[in-house]
Design a protein around this ligand. Structure first.
Ligand code: LAN
Length: 728
C-alpha cells in the first residue's frame, strides 16, 4: 500500500490548507482534536474562535489595551489576553511540540498498519517538516532547536516520503544530501533502527535484541523491567513484542526505493550485525557501556536458539501488558512513543476489524496538533492540567482572581480541575505494575489517567487556592478528595526525601548502565527531582494549614525529608539542575519556594543566600536571564544568546521566594518582562522552555502567559512591601 503522491510546492511559507477551516474540538474532560471543515455549511455552523486563531497563528481580534501603569497592570493586561484562550470547559489548551522524533513514529505506524490520514493532515504534516528542516543543512535534529542528526534526519526524511513527497522534491534532495554526508542510516540510534526495521528498511539483525522473555523474570530480580522508568518500560513492552514476532511491513515500490535513498552503500550487501552498536557521533549522548554490549552479545546468541515455548510465553506476557495499558488509558497510552508501538502490536495481533485497531486509530488524533507551521505530533495528549494549575494559582496569588471580570473564568477553571482529579485506581492495577491513582491529578486528562507527583501537587494547590482563598467559588472538591490527593503524594516519597515523576524509584542506580537508547540520559529508572519534590511539599504545607489534623505527623516527616533532599541536591555553585524546564532558573524557582516553606530565606539560610547569589551572577545587563537548552545536556549553565521572558520570571520568582531584600534586580527583571509585552497584553514566543531526558527540548508555549502574569503581579506587591519595609 502507498498513499497517493502529492504535488508539493517547493516552499512552505504559505499554508497548504485553508487555515480558516481548522477547528480545535475540546470535549470529554479536555480532549483536544483538530478538525478541518470541508464545506461552507460546516464553517457556518462552527465558527472559528480566538483559541483556534491564536494557535493557528492567525490574527486574533484581541484589542490593544491602555499601556500598563505598573507591574500589576501589566499582569492584568496579560490576563485580559490569556483569558480569551481559555476553552469553554475551563482549561487552557495548548501546543506541545518540540521533539522531532515523534511525528515519524505516527507516520510510520499509520502507514504500516494500513491506517490513513485525512488529506489535509497529510499536507500540513509535510509543511511542518519542511518548515522545521534545519535552515543550514536541510536535516532535522532530535528537537526543533537541535543540530541535525541521523536520528532526526533519517526518520523525518522517511516521514516525508511516506506522506507522499517525491524523492526529487528539493526538500528531500537537500535532506538526503545531509543524511548521506552523515553516512546514511546504518548508524542511526537504536530507536531509529527499530522504526526502520518495522518499515522493512533496516534488518532486524542490525538491532540489539529486545527479548520479550525479560517479562518472565520473577519480579524480585533487580533489573526486572517493572523497575525501569515508566516511559522506558512502556516503550520496551511493545518493542519486545514487535521484536519477538519480527514484525515487518511488506515490501512495495516505496520501501524498495527507500532502501536506496537512505543508505550510502548497497542495502543488500550490508552486514547487519556489525551495526547493532554503530551509533553516529552526532547523535550519541549516552554511549553504550561495556556491560550493555556484553549483555547484548549474549542475548544475540540466544536469538539463534530461542526456546519456542519460552518465546511464546514472553510474547503472551508482553501482549497482556499492552492490552492492559490500552484499556487503562482508553487507548491514549502513557506517551507518544508507546502509543504508536502499542497500536502496531494490536494491529498485528488483532487485525483491522478489531476494536483495538479502531480505537487506536481514533486516539492518534489526540497527539496531533496544528500550529502556524503545520501539523506536528505532541509530547503527550496535551498539558491541560499543568497549564491550568499554574495560571489559576497565579491569579489567586496576585489578587487578579478577585476582580469582577475574572471571576467567571476562575469558576470554570475550578470546574475543570474538579473533573480532572482521578477518582479510582486503574482498572488493571498491580498486575500492570501501576502506582495508585485514586485522588491524583495527571499531566493531561483523566482519560490518560497516570498519577504524576507534581501534577497532583499543582492540581491540589490550584484547587485549594480556588476553594479556600476565594469566597465566590463553589466548593466542588470535598475534604475527603483532598485527603485522597495527599494519600497519593505520601506514597511517593523516596528514602532520600525526594520525589520522582510517576512512581517511587524502583530500580538500582546501576540500571542506567543498561540504557539502550543512546540519545537520552537518565532514563532507566525514576530519579528524584527538585521540581517534583517542591510541588508536592508546597501542596502538603498548604493542605495542613486547612486540615491540621490529617496525617499531621506523616506530613511533617515528609517535609523535613524533602528539605534535606533539596539541601543535598544544591550544586557547589548554589544552583539546582532542572530536569523538566530549562534549566537552573526553572529548578531554582521550585527549590527556593521549598526552602521558604521552612523559613529558609536569603537572610536566614546559607543555602538560600548562595542560590540568590548564583542567580544574580547570571542576571544580564538588560535585567533578564537567559540560558540555553544546552544547560540541561551539560548540567552546567550555558548562556542563551538572548535573555528570555519566561526564565526571567522564574528567576525573579525565585528571588522573591527567598525574600531577597534589595529591590533593584527584581525591578530590572520586571522592567524587562514589561518591555517585551505587546500592546494586546500578550508576549511573543521566545526560545523553547522545557526539556526531558537531558537532551530533548519540548515547548510549553502557555508559560509565556502564566509566569509573566504570576511574576509581575507578585512583584508588584513584593516591591511595595519592600518599600514599606514589610517583607518579612
Ligand atoms: C513530561 C511532561 C511533564 C513532566 C512534568 C510534569 C513537567 C515533570 O515535572 C514530571 C515528568 C513529566 C510528566 C514528563 C515526563 C516525560 C514526558 C512524558 C514529558 C516530558 C512529555 C514528553 C515526555 C515523554 C517521555 C516523551 C516520549 C519520549 C520517550 C523517551 C519515551
Amino acid at each position: 500500500m502507498s498513499w497517493s503522491p502529492l504535488d508539493v510546492p517547493h516552499t512552505p511559507e504559505k499554508a497548504f490548507t485553508d487555515y480558516t477551516r481548522w477547528r480545535l474540538l475540546v470535549n470529554d474532560g479536555g480532549r483536544h482534536t483538530w478538525h478541518y471543515l470541508r464545506t461552507d455549511e460546516e464553517v457556518a455552523r462552527w465558527p472559528q474562535n480566538e483559541v483556534d486563531r491564536f494557535w493557528l497563528g492567525l490574527k486574533t481580534t484581541m484589542p490593544d489595551l491602555p499601556p500598563a501603569k505598573d507591574p500589576l497592570d501589566a499582569a492584568r493586561n496579560g490576563y485580559k489576553f490569556y483569558k480569551e484562550l481559555q476553552s469553554h470547559d475551563g482549561h487552557w489548551a495548548g501546543e506541545y511540540g518540540g521533539p522531532m522524533f515523534l511525528l515519524p513514529g505516527l507516520v510510520i505506524g499509520t502507514y504500516i498498519t494500513g491506517m490513513t490520514f485525512k488529506d489535509e493532515e497529510r499536507w500540513e504534516m509535510i509543511r511542518y517538516l519542511m518548515n522545521r528542516a534545519h535552515p543550514d543543512d536541510g536535516g532535522w535534529g532530535i528537537h526543533v532547536e537541535g543540530h541535525s542528526t541521523v536520528f532526526g534526519t533519517g526518520l523525518n526524511y522517511v516521514a516525508l516520503r511516506l506522506l507522499g513527497v517525491d524523492r526529487d522534491h528539493p526538500v528531500c534532495v537537500r535532506a538526503r544530501a545531509k543524511l548521506h554526508q552523515l553516512g546514511g542510516v546504518t548508524s542511526i540510534p537504536a530507536w531509529g533502527k527499530f522504526w526502520l526495521s518495522l518499515l522493512n528498511c533496516y534488518d532486524w539483525a542490525g538491532n540489539n535484541p529486545v527479548p520479550p522473555e525479560l517479562w518472565l523474570l520473577p519480579d524480585w530480580v533487580p533489573f526486572h523491567p517493572h523497575k525501569w522508568w515508566i516511559h522506558v518500560r512502556n516503550v520496551y513492552i511493545p518493542m519486545s513484542y514487535l521484536y519477538g514476532v519480527r514484525y515487518q511491513m511488506e515490501e512495495n515500490d516505496l520501501i524498495l526505493s527507500l532502501r536506496e535513498e537512505l543508505y550510502t552503500e548497497d542495502f543488500y550487501k550490508i552486514y547487519w550485525p556489525a551495526h547493532c552498536n554503530n551509533v553516529n557521533k552526532v547523535d550519541e549522548y549516552a554511549p553504550h557501556t561495556a556491560l550493555f554490549d556484553t549483555i547484548s552479545a549474549v542475548l544475540s546468541s540466544y536469538e539463534h536458539c530461542a526456546i519456542p515455548p519460552l518465546r511464546r510465553a514472553g510474547l503472551a506476557k508482553a501482549y497482556r501488558l499492552i492490552v492492559m495499558e490500552d484499556e487503562n488509558t482508553a487507548y491514549q497510552t502513557l506517551g507518544p512513543v508507546s502509543k504508536m508501538f502499542n497500536l502496531i502490536a494490536r494491529a498485528h495481533a488483532e487485525g483491522p476489524e478489531s476494536v483495538a485497531y479502531k480505537e487506536h486509530a481514533i486516539k492518534r488524533a489526540d497527539f496531533m496538533w496544528i500550529g502556524a507551521e503545520g501539523m506536528m505530533m505532541c509530547g503527550t495528549n496535551g498539558s491541560q492540567l499543568w497549564d491550568t494549575g499554574f495560571i489559576t494559582q497565579a491569579l489567586v496569588e496576585t489578587g487578579l482572581a478577585n476582580e469582577e471580570e475574572n471571576k467567571e473564568s476562575l469558576i470554570k477553571a475550578l470546574e475543570w480541575l474538579d473533573q480532572a482529579q482521578i477518582r479510582n485506581d486503574p482498572l488493571h492495577y498491580e498486575e500492570a505494575y501501576r502506582q495508585t491513582t485514586k485522588g491524583a491529578w495527571g499531566f493531561s486528562t483523566t482519560e490518560q489517567g497516570y498519577t504524576v507527583s507534581d501534577c497532583t501537587g499543582e492540581g491540589l494547590k490550584a484547587s485549594m487556592y480556588l476553594q479556600f482563598n476565594l469566597d465566590f467559588t463553589p466548593k466542588l472538591i470535598s475534604k475527603e478528595r483532598m485527603c485522597d490527593a495527599v494519600d497519593v503524594m505520601l506514597t511517593l516519597q523516596n528514602p532520600n526525601g525526594g520525589f520522582a515523576s510517576y512512581e517511587l524509584v524502583r530500580g538500582p542506580k546501576w540500571l542506567e548502565w543498561l540504557n539502550p537508547a543512546e540519545v537520552f540520559g537518565n532514563i532507566m529508572t525514576e530519579y528524584c527531582y527538585p521540581e517534583c519534590t517542591t510541588s508536592v511539599i508546597t501542596a502538603l504545607a498548604i493542605f495542613r494549614k486547612h486540615y491540621p489534623d490529617y496525617r499531621a505527623e506523616d506530613i511533617e516527616r515528609t517535609l523535613k525529608g524533602a528539605i534535606k533532599y533539596l539541601h543535598n541536591e544544591q550544586t557547589p555553585e548554589g544552583g539546582w539542575v532542572g530536569s523538566w524546564g530549562i534549566c537552573f532558573t526553572y529548578a531554582m524557582q521550585f527549590a527556593l519556594e521549598s526552602l521558604s516553606l521552612v523559613g529558609e530565606t536569603f537572610e536566614t539560610s546559607t543555602y538560600s543566600r548562595k542560590a540568590c547569589e548564583f542567580l544574580l551572577s547570571h542576571q544580564r545587563e538588560d535585567g533578564g536571564w537567559g540560558e540555553s537548552y544546552k544547560s540541561c545536556e551539560q548540567s552546567a549553565w550555558v548562556e542563551h544568546e538572548n535573555s528570555q521572558v519566561v526564565q526571567t520570571c522564574w528567576s525573579v520568582m525565585a528571588l522573591m521566594y527567598a525574600k531577597y531584600p534589595h529591590a533593584e534586580p527584581i525591578e530590572k527583571g520586571v522592567r524587562l518582562v514589561m518591555s517585551r509585552q505587546r500592546p494586546d497584553g500578550s508576549w511573543p514566543q521566545e526560545a523553547i522552555e522545557g526539556v526531558f531526558n537531558k537532551t530533548c527540548a519540548i515547548a510549553y508555549p502557555n508559560f509565556k502567559f502564566s509566569f509573566p502574569i504570576w511574576m509581575l503581579g507578585k512583584a508588584h506587591h513584593y516591591l511595595n512591601a519592600l518599600k514599606a519595609e514589610k517583607v518579612t
